[in-house]
Ligand binder design. Structure first.
Ligand SMILES: [Zn+2]
Length: 234
């Protein structure tokens, strides 16, 4: 009998870890040219996915991926999402999730939060059914982790952004403040090529000591005048 897919005790991942996971999948750390990033992905996230030979609702993962590629499409304005080959460690598991995340991110980035949320809910439906075969207990920890990550995705949907630098290597990001780029180097790269970095930003000027004294004197003078006027009125 195949080994059960439940490794307990399960402890729910933190929001921060879920965010890291989502970013690692969507930015393809598992396909990184940096070996240590690749091996880190496998080490940290191995238990976030079903194993390759688990039953798959009577359907091959490859067939399901084809279906996902048909039904999960990028918005027209976004560059085409490429079809990927499976890998030795995760099979189609990671590429399926990545495809979905890219579609959600693209919709959110172009401001269609509703469509992005609809996709996230579709993924909840799928997680609820997926792989629940005879060897799969209904609450495998990998499924619970993916559900936790999907919930976090929903909670940050308004902050899902794609970096404005076309050459960016980690272009999917979760923004903290209003911004177009994932990082300062990306902003500099784009604005530098447009010559925007030559324009001096308008910063408030620092006051010199003499300037500060002059203002302080003027304020005191105005205040004195005001008080005198009040006294006259009384
Ligand atoms: Zn970037």
């Amino acid at each position: 009998m195949p080994e059960l897919r439940v490794s307990r005790p399960y402890s729910p991942p933190s929001t921060k870890l879920c965010m890291k996971f989502l970013l690692a999948v969507v930015n393809a750390d598992d396909r990184s040219s940096t070996p240590h990033l690749r091996s880190r992905f496998v080490r940290v996230y191995r238990d976030w996915f079903a194993r390759r030979h688990d039953p798959f609702n009577g359907e091959s993962p490859e067939g399901y991926y084809r279906e996902v590629c048909n039904w999960w499409r990028e918005p027209e304005s976004i560059e085409k999402i490429t079809v990927e080959a499976p890998d030795a460690e995760f099979g189609f598991e990671v590429v399926i999730l990545r495809r979905k995340l890219k579609v959600v991110w693209s919709l959110a980035d172009m401001g269609d939060e509703r469509a992005a949320k609809d996709r996230i809910h579709l993924n909840f439906d799928w997680l609820d059914r997926y792989s629940r075969g005879p060897y799969d207990a209904p609450n495998e920890d990998w499924r619970l982790r993916l559900m936790a990550a999907n919930s976090v995705l929903e909670s940050v949907v308004s902050r899902l952004k794609i970096c404005g630098n076309p050459k960016c290597k980690n272009k999917y990001f979760i923004r903290e403040t209003q911004r177009k780029y994932c990082s300062v180097p990306c902003r500099r790269e784009v604005e530098g090529s447009l010559g925007l970095d030559k324009i001096e930003p308008t910063r408030p000027k620092r006051l010199t000591e003499a300037g500060r004294l002059k203002i302080s004197k003027a304020v005191k003078k105005r205040w004195k005048k005001y008080r005198l006027a009040k006294m006259r009125q009384a």
